[in-house]
Ligand binder design. Structure first.
Ligand code: AMP
Length: 193
């Protein structure tokens, strides 16, 4: 199954190192140049806004999904191809999953971690079978990856959980991982479709 749309989870903070903003810019542009529609949280702030702006500047399509109660906090992006305002966070997160063929995790904070573990645990439960790529830009996710390995070593997660996601250190590796990890069809197909 081709990957037409990619959900990007990333931070909403503006107070981060310029290197992470460069990563967000490159990913937004790269996805647009590959003809992938971006699905994201719909805000103008932080890496989220940078990804969207870079994709739009490169002629890409961007769908933002934002709950009305955080519209002012995350400042909804008014220049998107499509902006969907939903009632609550759960609807946003479910809709982001429904509308995406794959997920890319960029550096981020609590919200990014929440979204990451939600799609990982949904995949663990066979609720979807879509590719998940953790883009470990600048080694940002080294601690997270060590934590995940620790859970497996301690027996709290099966070793097979390490196969739920791919890790990419470069943007090229990220796109290669997306290309390799095509969704499987059959009885593990998404119940969210
Ligand atoms: P952050 O990584 O904290 O900067 O947040 C990135 C995005 O995740 C923002 O659009 C948040 O609204 C969103 N997010 C998703 N789930 C949550 C949650 N449970 N708590 C906080 N933010 C969340």
């Amino acid at each position: 199954m081709p990957i037409d749309s990619v959900c990007v989870y990333c931070g909403s903070s503006n107070r981060v190192d310029e290197a992470y903003k460069d990563v967000a810019r490159a990913v937004g542009r790269g996805l647009a140049e590959k003809g992938k529609r971006i699905v994201y949280g719909g805000g103008r702030v932080g890496l989220m806004g940078i990804v969207a702006d870079a994709a739009l500047a490169a002629g890409g399509k961007v769908t933002g999904i934002i709950p009305e109660h955080i519209q002012s906090r995350e400042v909804e992006h008014t220049g998107l191809t499509e902006l969907i305002v939903v009632a609550d966070m759960h609807t946003r997160k479910r809709m982001m999953v429904e509308r995406s063929d794959a997920f890319v995790i960029l550096p981020g904070g609590f919200g990014t971690l929440d979204e990451t573990f939600e799609i990982l645990t949904w995949k663990q439960l066979n609720l979807h079978a879509k590719p998940i790529v953790i883009y470990n830009a600048c080694g940002y996710w080294d601690h997270l990856l060590a934590l995940i390995r620790g859970l497996v070593d301690a027996g709290f997660a099966p070793p097979a959980n390490l196969d739920l996601f791919a890790v990419a250190d470069t943007m090229e590796a990220m796109f290669a991982a997306l290309a390799r990890a095509e969704p499987v069809s059959g009885d593990v197909a998404s119940k969210w479709m």
